[in-house]
Design a protein around this ligand. Structure first.
Ligand SMILES: Cc1cc2nc3c(=O)[nH]c(=O)nc-3n(C[C@H](O)[C@H](O)[C@H](O)COP(=O)(O)OP(=O)(O)OC[C@H]3O[C@@H](n4cnc5c(N)ncnc54)[C@H](O)[C@@H]3O)c2cc1C
Length: 275
């Protein structure tokens, strides 16, 4: 089925994109990689809308080391995350996550900004941002706003993004000395969305474990994290996930299966970062 788009305009630069968004008064959507949006329009899951194409906005591209942060432009493609030396060196959790996203054709077009704005609870990159305690940089007519990932993902497919704002970049703290990171997931087939996944950031100051596919948003397993920091065994920490996660029953897996997979992943991820 053909997409039900009510109009299309290509933004020349960031100021143009924001002014188009403001003028549309909530009637237009940003078009980035189109890998979720166009599919939703084709399937009539999203209502007819005008599209503001940001693919020509140069300010939204690029990966740059700025002090102790890696600044990743919103238009950075999943393929670029997977290929970046800066990402591999400074935020290996993202380098490991990118190849797990869908298939090569989708990774060629899909963007980090699109993935975070779409906020699929089974997506890898929102969980990376949460585990890494990244900041999402938003821009709207009133200027720039920075939101920590922990406050950005509000509910199923719902974020703190206002209708006249867009994501311009993310700022991710780089790994400190002695820090180990790992991203793992369990899916039925390579390329499928995960049934459950984990991003584990094992810092000398404490562990951060964010899970995906086991609740309406990416979730920090705060009970298990505190237990690990107190020296609990991986088995004992895994037991506490029952209180941390809220998996949902759906056609792909019952909640109990997702919780079991999350426990398996926590034990595996701890073994990987502490081996
Ligand atoms: C078959 C298939 C399998 C997939 N599997 C996975 C998977 O395993 N893991 C995974 O994470 N994803 C998966 N995806 C989704 C894919 O990663 C998408 O690319 C991603 O979710 C959206 O990125 P996009 O750049 O394509 O965004 P678009 O589709 O262009 O936009 C998605 C939404 O985000 C908004 N948006 C886009 N950019 C911005 C911005 N800068 N600021 C504000 N709003 C913005 C749009 O308006 C729209 O509402 C899959 C997609 C398909 C079709």
């Amino acid at each position: 089925m053909k997409a039900a788009a009510a109009g299309y305009i290509r933004a020349n630069d960031l100021a143009h994109a924001i002014s188009l968004l403001e003028q549309s008064r909530g009637e237009a959507r940003i078009l980035a990689g189109g890998q979720s949006l166009i599919a939703s329009l084709n399937l009539r899951l999203a209502g007819e809308t005008a599209l503001i194409d940001i693919n020509g906005v140069a300010e939204l591209s690029g990966i740059e080391l700025v002090g102790e942060q890696l600044r990743i432009g919103a238009l950075t493609r999943h393929r670029e995350l997977a290929a970046s030396d800066l990402v591999a060196r400074h935020v290996p959790a993202i380098a490991q996550a990118a190849p797990l996203i869908a298939h090569a054709a989708i990774r060629n077009r899909g963007t980090i900004g699109g993935s975070l704005a779409y906020a699929d609870p089974a997506a890898e990159l929102p969980a990376c941002m949460l585990a890494l305690d990244a900041v999402i940089v938003l821009r709207g007519p009133a200027g720039e706003r920075r939101v920590r990932a922990g406050d950005f993902f509000i509910d199923l497919f719902t974020t703190d993004l206002a209708e006249d704002e867009m994501i311009v970049a993310v700022e991710v703290p780089v790994a400190v000395a002695g820090e180990r990171q790992t991203t793992m997931e369990l899916a039925r087939r390579s390329g499928d969305y995960a049934l459950a996944g984990i991003v584990l950031v094992d810092r000398p100051s404490g562990v951060r474990a964010a899970f995906f596919g086991v609740g309406p948003t990416p979730i920090l397993a705060t009970g298990a994290m505190a237990a690990i920091d107190r020296g609990a065994s991986p088995d004992d920490a895994a037991e506490l996930l029952e209180g941390d996660l809220q998996p949902l029953d759906d056609v792909h897996a019952p909640a109990a299966v997702r919780l079991h997979l999350a426990r398996v992943l926590l034990r595996r991820a701890l073994a990987a970062t502490r081996s």
